[in-house]
Structures are given as C-alpha cells and as structure tokens.
Design a protein around this ligand. Structure first.
Ligand code: AMP
Length: 415
C-alpha cells in the first residue's frame, strides 16, 4: 500500500520511527534530526483522521530496562515537534488499553522497544559457542513473533518509517508486518525518500561517479568499499584508514590509528581497484598531532613517513588538493565518513575541503548523497546542509542498501 492512498480516518496506525536521538548527560536532545525526519509521516496520519502509536528504540539497553535510555525523556520534544499532545506508555508490551482508548488525532509513544530482548530477537547473555545457543535462539525467535504480534494487536495498520534500523530484522521493523494484510502496511515518507535516494545512486548513475569513504576503520566498511569498486569511477579513501594502507606498503605511521590485521585487505582493495579500472585516491600527506587532542602540536608529514610521537589526524594540504580535484566534475557523489578527526576544530580542514568540494559539484549539477552519522555531522558543522542533494538518516542501513542488499524493513512491506 502507498501511504498517500491509505484511508487513515478512524484508524489506529502503529508507526516504527527512529527516535534514537543523541542525549546529553541531563537527558536533553543534542540533535533532533531524526525526530524531524519522522514528522511528515506522523503529521500526515493525524491530519487524515488517524491515531498514532509511535514506537522506537533508543541506544543499546540489551533487553533490560534502563532509565537512561527511556523514551519518556523525549516525549515532550516529540509532542512539540508534532504540535499535538503525546501520551506515554511506560511498558511497550502492555499498552493495549492505552492504544484502544486513542481517538482520531491522538498520539501514544511507547517505551523503548529494546527494553525487551524480543525486539532484536537475539538470545542475550549466552555465547554463540555455547551448545545451548541454537535452542535459545530458536526459543527467542518464537518469543519475537509473540512480541511482534502484541505490538500489531494495538493497531489497524502498520507504517515502517525507521530507515536507520531497516537493515535489521527486528520485531518492530520487519516481523510485525506479518500480522497485517498487504493493504494495511506501508512505508512512511522518510523511508520512501531514503529508498529513492539510494535508487538514484544505484540505478540512475550519472558519471563520473565519485565515492568518498572515510572514518576510522577499513574493517567496518570493507563490504561497501568492495561493492563500490564495481560501480564508481573514482574512490577516495580517507580518514583513519589511510594509515592501514600506508602500513600495508611498509610505511612509517607513528602512532596513527591502524588495523594491523587488515593490511592484506588494504592491498586487495588496491588490486580490485586496478582490475576494475577505478581510480583510487589515497592521502599522501597528513596533518599530524603529537597527541590525540584538539590542542596538540601540529606538523605535516608524508602519510607513510610519520615519526614516533606523532599521529595522522587530518588530510594534509597536498591531499586536500587531490581530493578536491577528484571530486570536481563528479555527477554522482556518495560521501560516508570524515577525512580526519573533524570533531577537533584544529583537525577538520580536510573534512571541510571535502564537504565544500561536494557542495561545489552539487551546484554544478551532481547528485550528492551524504550518509552515516559522522559525515552528516560534518556537513552540519560546515553549514553545508542545504548545499548537498540528500542527507540520509541511515548509517549501516544506507551502506547495506548501497551494497545492493534488500533491507528487511523494506522487504517486509514490499515482499
Ligand atoms: P566511522 O564511525 O568509522 O565512520 O569513523 C568516524 C570517526 O573517525 C570520527 O569520529 C573521526 O574522528 C574518526 N577519524 C577520522 N580520521 C581519523 C584519524 N586520522 N585518526 C583517528 N580517528 C579518525
């Protein structure tokens, strides 16, 4: 079903959103992007005469109640964003009465789904190597179904709008859909937009296609890097992974971040790029610090000749130029992960240069997709939010979608 065509009048809709927002130590929201992202769907349902049961996870409470991760803390912010009062159900699995009492135009926010291990459907506190693991897993899958069925019983229809968790087959993101007919389940507006943005990058590629992968580690991104090597014209690899590549060639990297067990992976990435005719752009110089701190002394060294006592924290001037040149003229751009420790104002120049080059190429007609929490934070830090084509709310989900995997949260709706 398409959300625009659904008649919500008098219906109770259970909506999976991603309200996993960052909180400070006092429980104040430090970035409400995810709350805002869900608003088009939530407002639409209320405006069309429906009632809302809103559900989400927050953090990783691992199946236990943890007040620090209570969604009660964000109830007022949700209500304010929605422009309507929002009631709170302190136990998401015992909210039947509150849900049944909802009238059109009313909203109920359920407590953190992950206070129940059933949400993720993984046995907690038992190791995979334990002989009892398989039986525990089977039992947990059964309990997951029961949990999903309970959530489904609150509502007449199900809307999936949590792109950030759409790559997980959890009770609320996928299993619940089994308890609704095809006509009563649908993707929300945010999901539709995210899926469309991925389509643009995967199936509607205008060339040259330049991907920029940064961040701290090669290991967490190797799947997507290998996949991109079959699609892009140029691949910029930056940030902390620079030093795993430098080390793989016998370079000196001082105290820079490195994954010593991934040196072979770095070499095989280079080989695959060569085989596929992809131009691999790696940093050649680094802005180094004498400690991991914003106030560290700074020196520029070649990325493969960093002395002991120094660590590469940002792309050097020569590297920045090379990155900007590689991005210039691109018609499709994917950016995931910063080019340095952008959180430190004194080591954010490389990430800024990349962001500004992406904005410039976008102005010249490129489609630019920015995804993964940190690159989004980068784009915001440099005031470039309105100068890129699309900012995804998904990290892992975005990368898996771009790898070409069908997300369980999408498959549950579309079959
Ligand atoms: P990821 O979660 O893998 O995308 O990594 C993002 C993090 O990588 C950010 O917090 C950056 O500060 C960090 N990062 C980027 N470049 C470096 C570097 N050269 N050394 C250490 N950390 C880095």
């Amino acid at each position: 079903m398409n959300i625009k065509d659904y008649n919500f009048q008098g219906k109770r809709a259970i909506v999976r959103v991603d309200f996993n927002v960052p909180l400070d130590e006092n429980g104040n929201i430090t970035d409400d992007t995810r709350i805002q992202g869900a608003m088009p769907t939530l407002r639409h349902i209320l405006e069309k005469g429906g009632a809302l049961i809103i559900m989400s996870h927050m953090g990783k409470p691992k199946g236990k109640v943890n007040p620090k991760m209570s969604l009660g803390q964000i109830k007022d912010a949700v209500s304010q964003a929605l422009g309507a009062p929002v009631a709170f159900a302190p136990d998401c699995a015992k909210a039947a009465d509150q849900a049944a009492a909802l009238k059109p135009g009313e909203a109920l926010l359920l407590e953190n789904l992950r206070f129940y291990a059933e949400e993720e459907g993984k046995p907690m506190g038992i190791d995979k190597t334990d002989p009892a693991y398989d039986a525990a897993k089977k039992e947990m899958k059964q309990r997951q179904k029961e949990f999903a069925k309970t959530l489904a019983s609150y509502a007449d229809c199900y809307v999936m709008d949590a792109f950030g968790t759409a790559h997980r087959k959890h009770a609320s993101t996928a299993v619940i859909a089994d308890y609704f007919s095809q006509d009563d389940k649908m993707l929300g507006f945010l999901m539709e937009k995210e899926v469309q943005a991925v389509e643009n990058v995967l199936n509607n590629i205008k060339r040259p296609f330049v991907a920029i992968m940064g961040g701290s580690k090669v290991s967490s991104k190797i799947g997507i890097i290998e996949n991109l090597l079959g699609k892009v014209d140029k691949l910029i690899l930056c940030g902390g992974m620079t030093y795993t590549f430098a080390k793989a060639h016998g370079g000196e990297i001082g105290g820079s971040i490195v994954e010593l067990d991934k040196l072979d992976v770095a070499l095989s990435v280079e080989e695959l790029a060569k085989k596929n005719g992809v131009e691999l752009v790696l940093g050649t110089d680094s802005i180094c610090g004498d400690s991991f701190s914003n106030d560290a002394q700074q020196r520029i060294y070649p990325s493969n000749a960093i002395p002991e006592g120094w660590e590469g924290l940002d792309a050097g001037p020569e590297t920045q130029k090379a990155f900007v040149n590689a991005i210039k003229g691109a018609k499709t751009i994917l950016w995931n992960g910063p080019a340095g420790v952008f959180e430190f104002d004194n080591f954010c120049a490389g990430s800024r240069a990349v962001g500004e080059a992406v904005a410039e190429a976008t102005k010249e007609g490129a489609f630019s997709l920015i995804g993964g929490g940190d690159s989004v934070a980068c784009v915001k830090k440099f005031g470039l939010t309105d100068k890129v084509s699309y900012i995804s709310t998904g990290g892992g989900a975005l990368l898996e979608a771009i790898e070409g995997k069908v997300l369980p949260g999408v498959a549950a709706i579309k079959g």
